[in-house]
Write a protein that binds this ligand. Structure first.
Ligand SMILES: [Cu+2]
Length: 167
């Protein structure tokens, strides 16, 4: 094998390794749930913990029970809590992002029906990794009634958010 062809081989091998790495990006959704509603209420929140072994972004959420789903960031403006739509939500490699009440959450708007305890809500989450590869995950979130305490998050003992958000 001459020098030129061995260089070519190294280049091909490098590309294959890069592809294999990109293919490994895997997001896991833990403990999804949705807050129940009362008659006439048209929006609610969905909560969950997201984990990824590689850099990834949550870029879209859809649900059959809502006309629109988006990721909202909660910020304090003086004494007022404000919600703002995020274009995407970043999860760093090996990191965890928790969406919980009073903090960042998935907003379901234009609800097609009231959500009662015992219902399950399907959420379809689309993630994109750093190579542009998409991963679509369907999860089923149980409905917890208004006023019921939120379940203990799996990572309660660790800081709520370990990865920075995309603004
Ligand atoms: Cu919101």
């Amino acid at each position: 094998m001459n020098l030129k062809s061995s260089r070519m081989l190294a280049l091909v091998a490098g590309t294959l390794i890069a592809c294999a790495r990109a293919a490994q990006a895997q997001v896991t959704v833990l403990d999804p749930w949705v807050r129940g509603t009362v008659e006439g209420q048209t929006s609610t929140g969905a909560y969950m913990t997201l984990r990824s072994n590689a850099d990834a972004r949550l870029v879209a959420v859809t649900s059959p029970v809502a006309a629109r789903c988006s990721v909202h960031e909660m910020t304090m403006s003086g004494n007022l809590m404000r919600m703002r739509t995020l274009e995407s939500l970043s999860i760093a490699a090996g990191g965890t992002v928790t969406l919980e009440e009073g903090h960042d959450h998935v907003m379901l708007e234009g609800l097609t029906r009231p959500l009662k305890q015992g219902d399950t809500v399907r959420l379809t989450l689309t993630f994109v990794d750093s190579s542009g590869k998409r991963q679509v995950l369907d999860v089923q979130g149980p409905v917890r009634p208004l006023g019921a305490p939120a379940p203990a998050a799996p990572g309660d003992a660790v800081p709520r958010r370990t990865t920075p958000m995309t603004r």
